[in-house]
Design a protein around this ligand. Sequence first.
Ligand SMILES: CC(C)(COP(=O)(O)OP(=O)(O)OC[C@H]1O[C@@H](n2cnc3c(N)ncnc32)[C@H](O)[C@@H]1OP(=O)(O)O)[C@@H](O)C(=O)NCCC(=O)NCCS
Length: 159
Amino acid sequence: MVRIRNITRADPLYVQECALREKVLLRDVGLTIESFQNLFPGVEERFEHFVAVFDHPSGERVIGCALLLPHFPESGVGKLMQMVVDPQRQNEGIGRKLVVAVESRAFGELGLREIFCHARNVAYGFYERLGWEYDSDVFMEADSPHRRMVIRNPEPAPI
Ligand SMILES: CC(C)(COP(=O)(O)OP(=O)(O)OC[C@H]1O[C@@H](n2cnc3c(N)ncnc32)[C@H](O)[C@@H]1OP(=O)(O)O)[C@@H](O)C(=O)NCCC(=O)NCCS
């Protein structure tokens, strides 16, 4: 049974989260967790870290993660980053569970009005299935085509 947990960097699962991000996302673009932190100074500390875990006889295993940067680049907006599911566990609905948890936190307790991400071209369809929409043309980031994708709070706070 896969469950989603919102962890801090002090949680022992954070090491596994970083290993997964490096293996599936960062190495492809020539980055490590350390160089990612240098590229985006101060964000690692500000992220809310959502991990997908399952119970293994040797303890909890992280098989997916998604990071939310609240109130970025302005108050009321959040950025979803480092969305990844272990290649051996993709297409099982784990990515969807992670995004649902992020949206629930962002639009619930945090009261954000919108979340966006810079989606890689290979992931456009994933976000579309989850109700996200494009709001930019294609642009290059980390040497691959991306689009900005967004989802808005269905029940925004009254102004
Ligand atoms: C993109 C990614 C996070 C999706 O996670 P996942 O756990 O495999 O996705 P899910 O199983 O929850 O899929 C949810 C829905 O999206 C669809 N979907 C998943 N990946 C898709 C893709 N790449 N293109 C189109 N549709 C996709 C699924 O078919 C499913 O549709 P359904 O609801 O009709 O059944 C995962 O493939 C991944 O980690 N890829 C490598 C890293 C990456 O590209 N991250 C995104 C950076 S922007």
